[in-house]
Design a protein. Sequence first.
Length: 608
Amino acid sequence: MCGIVGYIGKRDVTNVLVGGLKKLEYRGYDSAGVAVLNADKINVVKTKGRLAVLEDKLKNCELKGIMGIGHTRWATHGEPNDVNSHPHLSNNGKIAVVHNGIIENYMQLKEFLMSKGFVFKSETDTEVISNLIEYNYKGDLLKAVMNTLNDVEGAYALGVVCTDCPDRFLAARKDSPLIVGLGEDENFIASDIPAILEYTRDIYILEDKEVASISAGNVDIYNLLGEKVQRDVFHVNWDVASAEKGGFEHFMMKEIFEEPAVIRSTISSRIKNNEIVLDQFELTDDMIKNCEKINIIACGTAYHAGVIGKYVIEKLAHIPVEVDVASEFRYRDPIVNEKQITIVISQSGETLDTLMAMREAKKKGSRILGIVNVVGSSIAREADDVLYTWAGPEIAVASTKAYNTQLAALYLVALSFARKKGLLDDETFFNYLEDLQKLPQYVDTVLKERKVIQKFAYQHFNAKSVFFLGRSLDYALSMEGSLKLKEISYIHSEAYAGGELKHGTIALIEEGTLVVCPLTQDHLFDKMISNIREVKARGAVVLAITMDKHVEEVSKAADAVITIPDMDPLFAPVVVVTPMQLIAYYVSVMKGNDVDKPRNLAKSVTVE
């Protein structure tokens, strides 16, 4: 959940660290800090608050050196304050550590170290690591770090600087992402690629339980047995502009506007000669035909995409699908076996709950299909088959374009499975492919009408509570619309199945309550109109989202209507989610919130 940057080379180390942290602030912004080695002393500057506060503090400091580590924090252990901010020094001041993740046995380790005379200044689990490295240090920093990591339990990505090693620093990871950037007479570490893309496109992706020794001219990678590990260089082929705002006020709006292009990227390369060709797939026709059940595992926005996937896969491929919140999956002793396929969905490919649940399913014999955005991520490496979503870097904490592309990927999977099972004749299949390929232009049409959405948001941004009602795919979609609104506007919001309205929810409807209703499923259209009339009779204000063909009838029931082009209702979620994202965006802007960095949230969730 935190951002880490490290550097060694001839550049101004402080500028490199702060510049890299700016690219990673979406990963955590409770506090920030840097540690720079100068001669035989580690100088640490850190502070509570956004990175801008650290920048102001650094103006009065002169940090000189060729090596340093930096951190931007999303607080887990200890409140956000100056003392709990990273980096953390060891007792003797010779070792500094930055850390992403959670050390689960830190209290036992802390008690042991206190019995040895160590004094702790912070409430963090990270300070245990710096002091344990000091305890284990007998002149060999690499060995001290390895011994320390053999003692800790939990997740970590680490940067370690020591005064006794002025020509190198160490990095390590387990269940939290960390990369090594390779330059000429300089090298870097970072939690994510954008932090170092300005300087290099060549990286090593560290794997679990590996330690990297990094000097200006060399990088050596070791496992925890001390054996050297060979690693291929990964070349980043997307440009710096992809991680910049590009003239938009916020990353979130830029990423919403990228949706047509990234949906097209996810779909177009997989449709060849009127057939779906899924890259990096070794699932055979027999595996698909004999599959008894599909498990879909994900968190948050990706989980909501999985619920859409359930409806679509069951309809097209006739395979039972069970969707699980990843954090619950492995703790309920799930019934999984080798006759099942498990689909894990994650934008980052590093979501810890999802990663752990995937390993549980794999251990029980299920074949794993990963739907991820980040090439070379942990889920991508460990899954049996991978389907990349090609959404490009997503910087805003609230996910938008990643969701659209996850849906596109799930539609490809559903259609591919149905085709391999012989459930779709040529005409039906080709019609579905044609509809699928029209989705980018449909989303583009919605974006051109955004001023209607902006006006509605202006009229209702002071709402205290909002309800999203839908049926079938519209209900699954409503869960994501509700999440987007609450994430960045801080307005209480809930999603309900329209048929559940009379089973309690309607008691919460009162004069002026805002209700958002997507109506795209033709076979349930009349029932949703009835639901709208029910809430209107109790004083609700209703915003409906529907296709052009239904506007006249919906306008008679709802207070306001947002339209999308006519299309096959099966594919409507990919398009309808865009106006929902725009509603959340405009409401947040009008409330004066930090759209890209909502409170208490971080982009990549690498803690359980």
